[in-house]
Design a protein around this ligand. Structure first.
Ligand code: HAS
Ligand code: CU1
Length: 573
C-alpha cells in the first residue's frame, strides 16, 4: 500500500503545514518556559519581574493553545482521511480553516509579544486563562475568536467527509479513528460556546471601551465552562494515538474497540458539566453547585481509568506476541529503542501520576490546600505538559514519515529527547507538587515573601528551586533536540523503502460493540441536557447577584470597621 503522502498529497500538505505551525509555537513557548523557570527560582534573571506576566501568557497561549491545537488539527486531518480512506470533500475549505486559525493565532501572539516593547501601545499579559478583571488589547481576543472559528470550520470539514462516506456506506460502523475525531469535535462545539459568548459579548466590547464593566465571576464561569473540556480536547489526540498507534508499535493490536468507543462517548457526556471544579474557592457560587461539579468530576475519572486498562492490556498483548513472559517480565520485550513507542509509554506512565494529582484537585476540601499554589502547575505539566506534549512529540516520529515519505533523521536523538523530557518533568513536577503543599503560590514572579520562610519537612526550598530549574532546562534542551530532528527529517531526501503505515484491527472489533454507541445525535442530546442541568442555576444566580455587566451596587464590596468591631465585641460579650 502506498504511503499516505502519495495517496492523499493535498491532505498531507495541510497536515505538514499544521505541524509546522505547531512546532514553531513549541519552540518559542518552550524558550519562554525556560526563562520563567530560571526567573521564578531566582537562578538567572534576564527579564524584569513586570515582564514575567507577558512571558507567562506567551508560554501558556503558545504551548497550551497553539501548539496542542495545531497538532490536533493536523493529526485529525490525517486520521479522518486515512480511516475513511477518502480525500476531504473540498481542499479549499481545508486551507481556509488552516488560514483562519493561523491568522488568528498570529494576531494573538503579536499582541502578547508587543507587551515586551514599551513603545508599542499593545499588551496582553492576561495569562492563558484570560478572564476579567485582567484586560488585554482587543486584538488579543479577536485573534482568539478567529482561531476558534477556524477550529469549528475544521470540524465541519471532517463532518462533511464523514457524511459523504456515510452516504456510500450506510450500514458500516464508523471507523474508530473517525469516531474519536467526531465525538471530540462535538464536545468541542458544546464547550467553546461558553468562551465564544465570553469573548464576543463581554471581553471584546469591554476591551474596546464599548461597555464600562463586566461581571468578573460571569466571565470566569464562562471561561471554566470551556476551560475544563479544553483539557480533554488536548488529551484526545494523545488518546487517539495511544488507542490506535501505540498497540501496533508494541507489536500487537488494540485490546477492545467497543471499550474505546465507550470511553470517547463518556468524554463527550461528562467533559463539560464539571468546569466549576476550577472555582471551588470562588465566592459567589453556592456550595451545592460545587458539589455537583465534584460528583461529575469523579465520574469523569472512569474513562481515563478504562483507558489505563485497555491501553496497558494492548501493550501487554503486543509484548507477549514478541515472546514476553511472566507477570512483569513482558515489559522488557517492548520496543524501548523506538522513540515513538518509548515517548508514548513514558507519557502514559506520567499521566498515571498526573491523574492522581487531578483526583486530589477534584476533592472540594483538599482543593482548598492546593488551589492557587504551584501544585497546580505541577499537575498540568504532567497532564498537558507530558501526557499530551510528549505523546505529540513521540507521535511525530510515527506521523512525519507518513506525511512526508521520509525516514526519521535520527532515532537515537529521538530516544534521548523523549527520555530527557520524562526525566526533566520528573524533577520539575515533583518539586512543584511539593512546593505547592508548602503554600508556594503560582502565577507570580516573586514567590519568596519578605521576612517569611516556607518551612519544609523534608529537603529545603533551595533544593526544590534547583529541581525546578534543572527540570526546566532539561525540558528546553529536549525541545531543541526534537526540533532539530524534525527539521533534519523534513530537509532529507525521500527514502526508497515505503513507509509502514499499517494499523492492525483490534482484538475485539467494532462488530462486538452495541450499534447505539455510534448514535452521535443521541449522545449529543444527553450531553446538552447534562450541561443545562449543571449550569443553568449557577449562571442564573451569578447574573442575579451582580448583573450581566457587573453593575450591581454590591461590588466593590466595602466593610465598615465599626460593624466588625461590634460583631467581635458582641461575640466576646
Ligand atoms: Fe486537571 C487543573 C482535575 C486531568 C489540565 N488541570 C488543571 C489545570 C490544567 C489541567 C491545565 O478538579 C490548571 C488550570 C489553571 O490554569 O488554573 N484534571 C483533574 C481531573 C483529571 C484531570 C480529575 N487536567 C487533566 C488533563 C489535563 C489537565 C488530562 C490536560 C491535558 N485539574 C483538575 C482540577 C483542577 C485542575 C480540579 C483545578 C485545580 C485548582 O484548584 O486550580 C482527570 O481527568 C484525570 C484522570 C486520569 C487518570 C489517570 C489514568 C492513567 C492512564 C495512564 C495509562 C498508562 C499508560 C502507560 C498508557 C485517572 C490513562 C503504561 C506504561 C507502561 C510502561 C506499562
Ligand atoms: Cu478541570
Amino acid at each position: 500500500m502506498a504511503t499516505f503522502v502519495d495517496r492523499y498529497p493535498d491532505e498531507a500538505k495541510v497536515v505538514q503545514a499544521s505541524l509546522a505551525v505547531a512546532f514553531i509555537a513549541l519552540g518559542i513557548g518552550a524558550f519562554f518556559g525556560l526563562i520563567q523557570a530560571l526567573h521564578r527560582t531566582n537562578i538567572i534573571r534576564i527579564i524584569s519581574s513586570v515582564d514575567y506576566y507577558t512571558v507567562l501568557t506567551g508560554h501558556g497561549v503558545l504551548l497550551a493553545l497553539v501548539f496542542t491545537i495545531f497538532f490536533l488539527v493536523g493529526l485529525f486531518t490525517w486520521a479522518v482521511t486515512r480511516s475513511l480512506e477518502r480525500p476531504l470533500p473540498d481542499i479549499r475549505l481545508t486551507w481556509a480553516w488552516f488560514g483562519l486559525m493561523t491568522t488568528g493565532a498570529t494576531i494573538t501572539a503579536v499582541t502578547i509579544l508587543a507587551g515586551l516593547f514599551p513603545d508599542i501601545p499593545m499588551s496582553a499579559d492576561v495569562l492563558y486563562t484570560f478572564y476579567a478583571p485582567l484586560q488585554a488589547h482587543p486584538a488579543f481576543y479577536i485573534g482568539l475568536a478567529m482561531f476558534i472559528i477556524g477550529t469549528w470550520m475544521a470540524g465541519a470539514d471532517w463532518f462533511l467527509a464523514y457524511r459523504e462516506w456515510r452516504s456510500e456506506n450506510p450500514d458500516e460502523r464508523i471507523p474508530l479513528q473517525t469516531f474519536m475525531v467526531l465525538t471530540t469535535m462535538i464536545m468541542w462545539y458544546i464547550s467553546t460556546l461558553g468562551v465564544a459568548v465570553s469573548v464576543v459579548f463581554f471581553l471584546i466590547p469591554w476591551s474596546m471601551g464599548l461597555v464600562d464593566s463586566v461581571n468578573p465571576l460571569l466571565t470566569r464561569t464562562l471561561f471554566w465552562y470551556f476551560g475544563h473540556p479544553v483539557v480533554y480536547f488536548w488529551l484526545m489526540p494523545a488518546y487517539l494515538m495511544w488507542y490506535t498507534v501505540l498497540p501496533k508499535l508494541s507489536g500487537g493490536r488494540l485490546f477492545s474497540d467497543p471499550l474505546a468507543r465507550v470511553v470517547f462517548v463518556l468524554f463527550l457526556l461528562l467533559s463539560t458539566p464539571v468546569g466549576i471544579h476550577h472555582q471551588y474557592l470562588d465566592p459567589g457560587i453556592a456550595e451545592g453547585f460545587k458539589f455537583i461539579a465534584m460528583t461529575n468530576t469523579m465520574f469523569l475519572l472512569l474513562p481515563s481509568l478504562l483507558t489505563a486498562f485497555t491501553v496497558v492490556a494492548s501493550m501487554e498483548h503486543g509484548a507477549r506476541q514478541r515472546g514476553g513472559e511472566g507477570y512483569l517480565g513482558w515489559l522488557g520485550t517492548l520496543p524501548w529503542r523506538d522513540p515513538a513507542f518509548t515517548g508514548m509509554a513514558l507519557a502514559g506512565l506520567m499521566f498515571a501520576a498526573g491523574g492522581f494529582s487531578g483526583m486530589i484537585n477534584a476533592g472540594m476540601n483538599i482543593n482548598y490546600l492546593i488551589h492557587n499554589t504551584i501544585w497546580v502547575p505541577g499537575h498540568f505539566h504532567m497532564t498537558v505538559g507530558t501526557a499530551v506534549a510528549l505523546t505529540m512529540m513521540a507521535g511525530t516520529y510515527w506521523l512525519l514519515p507518513q506525511i512526508t515519505g521520509k525516514k526519521v533523521y535520527s532515532r537515537p536523538i529521538g530516544l534521548l529527547q523523549v527520555v530527557m523530557w520524562f526525566v526533566g518533568m520528573v524533577f520539575m513536577s515533583n518539586a512543584m507538587h511539593r512546593g505547592g503543599l508548602l503554600g508556594i503560590p503560582r502565577r507570580t514572579a516573586e514567590p519568596q515573601y519578605t521576612n517569611f520562610d516556607f518551612v519544609t519537612a523534608i529537603g529545603s526550598i533551595w533544593e526544590i528551586r534547583v529541581q525546578i530549574a534543572l527540570g526546566g532546562t532539561l525540558l528546553f534542551i529536549s525541545v531543541v533536540l526534537f526540533l532539530f530532528n524534525v527539521a533534519a527529517t523534513w530537509a532529507d531526501d525521500r527514502s526508497e523503502t515505503p513507509v509502514d503505515d499499517y494499523l492492525p484491527e483490534p482484538l475485539s472489533d467494532a462488530s462486538g460493540s452495541p450499534v447505539i454507541l455510534d448514535n452521535l445525535a443521541l449522545w449529543t442530546g444527553i450531553a446538552v441536557v447534562l450541561v443545562i442541568l449543571a449550569y443553568t442555576l449557577p449562571l442564573a444566580s451569578i447574573i442575579g447577584d451582580a448583573g450581566i455587566f457587573g453593575s450591581s451596587p454590591v461590588f466593590p464590596a466595602s466593610i465598615s470597621l465599626d460593624a466588625v468591631v461590634n460583631t467581635i465585641t458582641g461575640v466576646i460579650n
